[in-house]
Design a protein around this ligand. Structure first.
Ligand code: ZN
Length: 613
């Protein structure tokens, strides 16, 4: 049930012939479940950047087909363009968006590379997070020599390809594939038209930092005098303290400010091993994995900080926004809002919303849509242009736009009452559990900020667990009604001869087992809702006790209903061991739920009696 989404951003060495680019993107779109998000051709670079997303297996398949098509349609012997390149598909990174890790994406790159090497005989190098050795992490190093130098490069044993033959593919050159984090392009808007205002702030943020100065005449750092490293005098760019040797300064930067001075200087094209005397002193910026400049945008009549966050898990948009808001205030400036350029992964925005809610003393465990809306408001994302969550956020949780959960409550109840078998007990069990979980979340969140120090984390945990169960159960309402689709499709398979009959029977059995999985997950999610309800009752506001009691009673109905639906589906499954195992698991789950119900009901009723006096 986990929702997995991977982004793939291949670059192709063709930016001028739309027909050829079209053939490549058609090959990508032919893979079911893959969504083409963007095609960005460049005439001067003669290169096209394509972006698509999908589940991991589908994305690798689409990437393979794209590489294969490019190797046929494009011809590197004829290619010229103003961008370094080594192959027809020049670089093909996989990027985690939702439910997958960077390591998972590195595995996808290896899967693609292995297949490209074997089936297409294109030499393939792995880079960045998928690199097989440290010196291959950097794309520029791997691509050095480009297509024209590839033949010689492959003769060097140090540059043996990770996959495929150690000889150039004449038309396609070589493929470079790998894994990297999602790049978030993020702009912060000021109440100023002065580009220098934005630049001053951007240089404070970015990892590369800025040239250090001293003796500022106003709040802007650039108003100070330049500083140089001198013999016997090595000032710290960040705090201004002076050190007699470079080594002592280096140790100070690490201990006091947490950065590697040699790395900082290298980012600014200074090789510290060759000596720094006479060079400008540098000051480290606040954030790693952060690039930033200032610019003026005529369309908005405003100065902006233009920021690239190369790993939003290390430095998030909220991190840079809040630092900018603080520093802007010190300079008499106002941040009027901010802007996501292109797309943003769901988690980046969701965590931002949760952070602002927590800062306001609110529970961050509220409906997903409310959290995202809070992020949009808090970050001022609709300041200079509209922000449509559906269009801008990648990897949003799955919802059913059609179906039962899109009906009004009245229409839903009427639909259940009609003389059709579906929706039936399975969907209603899931809905009962979802409502139970919702009540648990409500009670836990109502007490947020008012509970004791000991109870607060327990209530937050209960709200989190309840929200998770609720979201799963809302999906299960429709999933239960669709659960028999695979079984019904299998029944329609041909059965003309014994082999076909056996295949049909096997597909029907597999379909039945997947139909069992839905009510089973309904039952387990309902138990989670019961646990959350009990915690909400034990630690929540006494006035909400009956809400919590209704919650766990409804969730128990969901456990019961889910289990009944599992059991009735077992009657047509012939796998004896599977049936025995499922029956035992059902019995155990029911016993746990029953004990919880008895305990929580007794506790609730005792407290209710005490309230009544
Ligand atoms: Zn210092």
């Amino acid at each position: 049930m986990t929702h997995q989404l991977v982004e793939c951003v291949p670059n192709f060495s063709e930016g001028r012939d739309p027909a050829k680019i079209r053939q490549i993107t058609d090959a990508i779109e032919a893979v079911p479940g893959v969504q083409l998000l963007d095609v960005d051709p460049g005439f001067d670079t003669n290169r096209t950047v394509v972006t698509f997303v999908g589940a991991p297996a589908a994305v690798v398949e689409a990437a393979f087909r794209a590489v294969r098509t490019a190797s046929v349609v494009l011809d590197m012997t004829q290619h010229h363009g103003a961008h370094p390149r080594m192959g027809a598909t020049d670089v093909c990174p996989f990027v985690p968006v939702e439910g997958v890790t960077l390591e998972d994406c590195a595995a996808l790159a290896r899967t693609l590379g292995e297949r490209v090497g074997r089936e297409l005989e294109i030499p393939t190098f792995l880079y960045e997070h998928a690199a097989s050795r440290p010196e291959r992490r950097n794309l520029a190093t791997v691509r050095k020599g480009e297509y024209e130098g590839l033949e010689d490069k492959l003769k060097d044993p140090a540059w043996a390809p990770d996959f495929g033959p150690a000889r150039k593919h004449d038309r396609a050159g070589a493929l470079i594939t790998g894994a990297r984090e999602f790049l978030v392009a993020y702009n912060i808007t000021l109440n100023s038209r002065d580009k220098n205002h934005a630049t001053d702030l951007a240089f404070e943020l970015r990892e590369k930092g800025r040239v250090a100065r001293r003796g500022q005449k106003d709040a802007f750092y650039s108003s100070g005098e330049l500083l140089y490293y001198r013999e016997g005098d090595f000032p710290c760019g960040n705090c201004g303290e002076d050190f007699p040797t470079f080594g002592e300064l280096e140790a100070h930067c690490q201990a006091a400010h947490g950065y590697d001075l040699r790395h900082l200087l290298a980012l600014n094209d200074i090789d510290a091993s060759k000596g720094v005397v006479g060079k400008k002193v540098h000051r480290a910026g606040l954030f790693r994995e952060c690039k930033a400049i200032g610019w003026y945008v005529d369309q908005y009549k405003r100065a902006q900080l233009s920021i690239n966050l190369t790993n939003y898990k290390v430095t998030s948009p909220v991190d840079v926004l809040e630092a900018t808001r603080r520093m802007a205030a010190e300079r008499g400036l106002v941040v009027t809002g901010s802007e996501i350029v292109g797309l943003v992964p769901f988690q980046a925005l969701f965590q931002a919303g949760q952070r602002y809610l927590a800062a306001q003393g609110k529970s961050p465990h509220i409906p997903v849509g409310d959290v995202l809306e809070n992020a949009v408001f808090s970050m001022g994302l609709a300041d200079v242009s509209p922000f449509e969550i559906e269009k801008k956020v990648l990897g949003l949780p799955r919802t059913f736009e059609k179906g039962l959960m899109a009906l009004s409550c009245t229409a839903f109840v009427d639909e259940v009452s009609r003389d059709t078998p579906a929706p039936g007990g399975g969907s209603i069990a899931a809905l009962a559990g979802a409502l139970g979980a919702a009540l648990a979340s409500m009670v836990a969140n109502l007490t947020q900020g008012k509970a004791s120090r000991e109870a607060e984390p327990l209530l937050l945990q209960a709200a989190k667990q309840a929200q998770r169960a609720k979201d799963a159960l809302v999906l299960a309402v429709d999933e239960d009604t669709n659960a028999f689709n695979a079984y019904m499709e299998a029944r329609r398979l041909p059965g003309g001869n014994p082999a076909e009959k056996a295949a049909r029977e096997a597909a029907m059995q597999a379909g039945l087992k997947s139909a069992v999985a839905v009510p089973w997950s309904t039952a387990t999610a309902c138990l989670c809702a019961m646990e959350a309800s009990e915690q909400a009752m034990l630690h929540g506001n006494p006035a909400s006790i009956t809400d919590a009691m209704v919650g766990f009673t409804l969730a128990f109905a969901g456990v019961r209903g889910g289990i009944w639906n599992v059991l009735i589906n077992l009657k047509d499954i012939h796998d004896v061991a599977y049936n025995a195992d499922m029956k035992a698991r059902c019995a155990e789950l029911l016993a746990t739920a029953q004990a919880l119900l008895d305990r929580a009901t007794a506790h609730g009723e005792a407290r209710l009696e005490a309230l009544l006096g």
